[in-house]
Design a protein around this ligand. Structure first.
Ligand SMILES: C[S@@+](CC[C@H](N)C(=O)[O-])C[C@H]1O[C@@H](n2cnc3c(N)ncnc32)[C@H](O)[C@@H]1O
Length: 302
């Protein structure tokens, strides 16, 4: 937990934060509305005698009383998808509509890409890209199991992504769920911090900036881009968005979030960020008994 000490000044109840980080995370699933309603998914779990509790902030999120949410009949048949509760948030903030073209820049293994397909009622196009071919196999498997037919899969570095193969040259929306130092996954993966170093945080921030810049460029004027990480490091969160605001035509916009959260930071380590970064959300494990996440919503202005 040593890397977390530097967050003491920015987290209100820091001891509760540390204690939550040490507790294992319970299982959660997202109901795949392409194949089932929440009621149908719950009925399937009832048949198998798998206990669950519906999240109070979204009826499509179920907290499960099993350590293997992927081994249920409901999961095999694509009624549910094992997905961490906070990981459901970025696609909801992106809020795509049926018929739209949506880019998922870093999509594997496809939890959010298949959620995006469900949010557009599987009508439109979700281009699910990842630079890791092996992880794309898992995405393809998930897309098939969940019946997401609106997905197109590409295998490129998102930083210099080309839309040339498509018959359109801009997306309506883009999700930028970047690789990160994964600090917020410590409850699911106690080894998450083993490889942590400030050098890694700084180098991955460069990759994140490149991917977010490309997403803004590839999205139409008036379109929406959501940037998310599962880490607390401001260098990978507010600092990345701040750098992109200075270089690309976009602005941070507010969004509603029913879960308890903190505002984004506007200063850190002697740096100041654009005041609009306060509209971003930092979700800490002790606030809702979940993992950690950072989410910012951008509107493309030119
Ligand atoms: C946080 S994970 C994405 C999780 C995914 N959005 C989901 O919900 O299932 C980050 C992904 O970014 C991919 N990645 C890393 N560098 C990339 C790059 N330069 N371009 C595209 N994808 C990249 C990794 O292979 C990894 O699958």
């Amino acid at each position: 937990m040593e890397p977390f000490e530097r967050y003491r000044p920015i987290i209100d109840d820091f001891e509760a934060f540390l204690a939550a980080c040490e507790r294992p995370l319970g299982s959660a699933v997202r109901v795949n509305t392409i194949k089932a309603t929440p009621e149908q998914a719950m009925a399937a779990l009832d048949v198998e005698s798998v206990g669950y509790e519906q999240a109070d902030w979204d009826p499509r999120v179920l907290r499960l009383e099993t350590d293997s949410p992927g081994s249920t009949w409901a999961s095999f048949h694509g009624f549910t998808h094992g997905q961490e509760e906070v990981s459901v948030i970025p696609p909801l903030v992106l809020d795509p509509e049926p018929g739209e073209r949506v880019w998922d820049a870093c999509a594997a293994p496809g939890s959010k890409a298949t959620q995006l397909a469900a949010l557009i009622d599987d009508r439109g196009t979700v281009v699910a890209n990842d630079n890791n071919l092996g992880r794309l196999s898992a995405l393809r498997f998930n897309a098939e199991r969940l019946g997401a037919t609106s997905l197109a899969v590409t295998n490129d570095d998102a930083r210099n992504y080309s839309l040339q193969p498509f018959d359109f040259d801009e997306f309506d929306r883009a999700l930028v769920d970047v690789p990160c130092s994964c600090e917020g996954t410590i409850r699911k993966n106690p080894d998450a911090l083993d490889e942590w170093s400030m050098g890694h945080v700084r180098s991955i921030a460069g990759i994140q900036t490149g991917i977010l810049r490309r997403a803004v460029q590839a999205t139409r004027t008036g379109g929406t881009v959501v940037y998310s990480t599962c880490t607390f490091a401001p260098e990978e969160n507010e600092a990345v968005v701040d750098r992109v605001l200075a270089r690309e035509d976009c602005e941070v916009v507010p969004f509603d979030l029913a879960l308890e959260h903190d505002s984004g930071l506007t200063e850190w380590d002697e740096e100041t960020y654009d005041p609009s970064l306060a509209e971003a959300a930092r979700i800490y494990p002790h606030q809702n008994d979940t993992g950690g996440f950072f989410v910012a919503k951008l509107e493309v202005t030119g």
